[in-house]
Design a protein around this ligand. Structure first.
Ligand code: FES
Length: 370
């Protein structure tokens, strides 16, 4: 039973009924999702059970509020989860209208209950077991499945992986073009905590295959060699699609102080019939640097014949016949593996690795949930 001093006046009824769903504050700081459905006000906690999304900023779907972050649903009046998930419940608040004012009980009348959810396998701790250096190749060139063609960047990546194998390393190759995965949907733009590890899409969509990249770069690899062609002065579209989805790895440093890429070494292979090697490499180094990766001396190899070279057949032949490019790819693998061995032996143990670079300033962190 709510007593007289436990109500919060949240506004005029004729104003509030203009929006079917909105967030209001009760007791000065508690977020509540106030709904207007079928000529009645109702209120439940404004904090989603998942990772705290603002339910009052979501939308109504029938009787249910849909969380704007990852679309979990809660009954707008009872707070119960959608059918099948009723045990996942957010607290409900009483609502009454007096003298044209909407009053919401400052304290909820039911409690929050969270149904245990098994953590995603990728959420396990990152633990490096014993064994030789592990080198992961990431090919980001695009081509039609079933219609293979020669790729200069793939050729040099294969050469680098073979060289690593010859040094006693374990090697794996992930061709990003073989994976079916969704584009980043901008969860980070909704709120830093909306961008989760593993990626919210990976957690929601069992058919999304970017988990293979996450598993490789976070849990398996010591060395990551990324190969891309240059497309209109930028890395490939597949590279861009992949790294947008990898924002969740960097975001763990921002919101949780968690360094998922400790002691990882990255080397780059960039080839283009035309130009802008330095621009492409620069943005790739920035991205992997922000993930917390380390780079060997001379962290990339590249090939370009310049702006006027439109004879792509000759470009392919030039790479296929180039002994020096092959030697360069082998040497890049060697430098990455040598650095990795130092790191795995503990050379930089104890050195802070995160929050450098642009985070030299104190980062603006998301506000605490309430
Ligand atoms: S669904 Fe609400 S925070 Fe994820």
């Amino acid at each position: 039973m709510t007593t007289e001093d436990e109500w919060t006046d949240v506004g005029a009824a004729d104003e509030l009924c203009r929006r079917p769903l909105q967030q209001v504050l009760v007791g000065g700081r508690t977020r509540v999702a106030l709904s207007w459905v079928g000529g009645r006000f109702a209120a439940v906690s404004g904090v989603c059970n998942h990772v705290g999304g603002p339910l009052g900023e979501g939308r109504l779907e029938g009787e249910y509020i849909v969380c704007p972050w990852h679309y979990w649903k809660f009954h707008h009046r009872t707070g119960a989860g959608e059918p099948g998930f009723e045990a996942d419940r957010v607290p409900a608040h009483e609502v009454k209208v007096e003298a044209g004012r909407v009053l919401v009980s400052t304290r909820p009348t039911t409690t929050r209950s969270k149904k245990p959810h098994a953590p995603h396998p990728l959420a396990r701790p990152v633990e490096r077991g014993d064994g030789p250096v592990r080198v992961l190749g990431l090919s980001t060139t695009a081509m039609t499945a079933g219609q293979p063609r020669y790729s200069t960047s793939d050729d040099l990546l294969d050469t680098a992986l073979a060289a690593a194998g010859a040094q006693g390393c374990e090697t794996r190759l992930v061709r990003v073009r073989d994976l079916q995965f969704r584009a980043c949907e901008g969860f980070y733009s909704k709120g830093a905590r909306a961008c989760t590890w593993p990626c919210s899409i990976t957690q929601m969509d069992p058919n999304d295959q970017l988990d293979q990249v996450y598993e490789g770069v976070v849990h398996w690899a010591d060395v990551i060699v990324v190969a891309t062609p240059i497309r209109w002065g930028a890395p490939s579209s597949l590279y861009a699609k992949m790294v947008e989805r990898m924002n969740c790895i960097q975001n763990q440093q921002t919101i949780a102080g968690r360094d998922l890429m400790k002691n990882k070494v990255v080397g780059l292979i960039v080839t283009g019939g035309q130009d802008n090697v330095q621009g492409v490499v620069g943005q790739m180094l920035t991205f992997f640097g922000e993930l917390g990766c380390q780079f060997p001396q001379h962290p990339f190899i590249a090939h370009s014949r310049g702006w006027t070279a439109e004879d792509m057949e000759n470009n392919q032949r030039a790479v296929q016949r180039s002994a020096s490019l092959k030697e360069g790819a082998q040497a890049l693998a060697g430098r990455c593996v040598a650095l990795s061995r130092l790191l795995l032996a503990g050379a930089f143990e104890g050195s802070p690795t995160s929050r450098g670079g642009r985070k030299a300033h104190r980062a603006e962190r998301p506000p605490p949930e309430s």
